[in-house]
Structures are given as structure tokens and as C-alpha cells.
Design a protein around this ligand. Structure first.
Ligand SMILES: [Zn+2]
Length: 142
């Protein structure tokens, strides 16, 4: 089976979700399909916040149509399509949309954050302890 058949060439829902969670942690807002601007705090302790999960469900419900991160041109439906992938910004290592098939970054949303990158601040992170998660997966497999 080709990798394309497995869907590995497109940004996964988890990648797009992480992209949003990271940028929300730097103070970016989310624009939803009816122009509603939201800024949920994405993380609560070791998991995504209920507020952020609710937002994410609303985004998925419309397939990301007309939903985007403030200051970016790509809608979330673009990012969830095969045309786009998520990679790391060369400047600040934050997750950024790139056109699949190409290597050119299409502009990281960090361009209008004068205080970023900042090594004195804690970096945005995923809500899960990956070691604990791996341990859980391993236990499930046994
Ligand atoms: Zn950047």
C-alpha cells in the first residue's frame, strides 16, 4: 500500500489541533466560520481544556470551512486537505502550514509577534506527558 493510501501526506487532525493549541498559547486568536473571534486557553494541566475541545468540535463540525488562525491566510479546511501539511518554522520552530509537495514555508504566524521567539519564556507544549502516553500504549498492547 502506498503511503498516500494511508493518508500520511496530509496534515492530520491532530497536527492541525496541535498547531492551534500552540499558537493560542502565544496569544493568537481563532476566527470561526461566522467571524466569531475566540481565544480559548488551550491547555489545562495535562490535557486540552474543555473550552478548547468544544471549539475544536465546532471547527470539525464545519470541516474547518472559513475557520482560521488570526493573521493567516489558510483556512483550517485548507490545512485539513491534502494540499497542506504542518511543519516547523525555520525561525522559531513553531508549527506552520506548508504546501505539500514543496519545501517553502508559507509564512509562520510568528511574523507579527515581536517578542517571539523568546528563549526566556516557556515554550508552548502538548498537553500530554508523552512518556506516560507511550507507557499507556505499551500496556494496552500487552
Ligand atoms: Zn516562526
Amino acid at each position: 500500500m502506498s503511503p498516500r493510501g494511508l493518508g500520511s501526506h496530509m496534515a492530520s487532525q491532530e497536527q492541525v489541533k496541535r498547531y492551534l493549541a500552540y499558537w493560542l498559547q502565544l496569544g493568537k486568536s481563532l476566527v470561526l466560520d461566522r467571524g466569531e473571534i475566540l481565544q480559548p486557553r488551550p491547555i489545562e494541566g495535562d490535557h486540552y481544556s474543555r473550552e478548547f475541545e468544544a471549539c475544536w468540535q465546532r471547527i470539525l463540525a464545519v470541516g474547518g470551512e472559513n475557520c482560521y488562525l488570526e493573521g493567516t491566510l489558510q483556512t483550517l479546511s485548507d490545512l485539513l486537505s491534502e494540499t497542506w501539511d504542518i511543519a516547523d518554522c525555520a525561525r522559531c520552530t513553531m508549527p506552520v502550514p506548508i504546501v505539500n509537495m514543496g519545501v517553502q514555508p508559507n509564512g509562520c504566524p510568528c511574523f507579527d509577534l515581536p517578542t517571539w521567539p523568546n528563549t526566556d519564556l516557556p515554550s508552548p507544549r502538548m498537553p500530554v506527558d508523552s512518556r506516560g502516553q507511550l507507557e499507556q500504549i505499551r500496556r494496552r498492547l500487552l
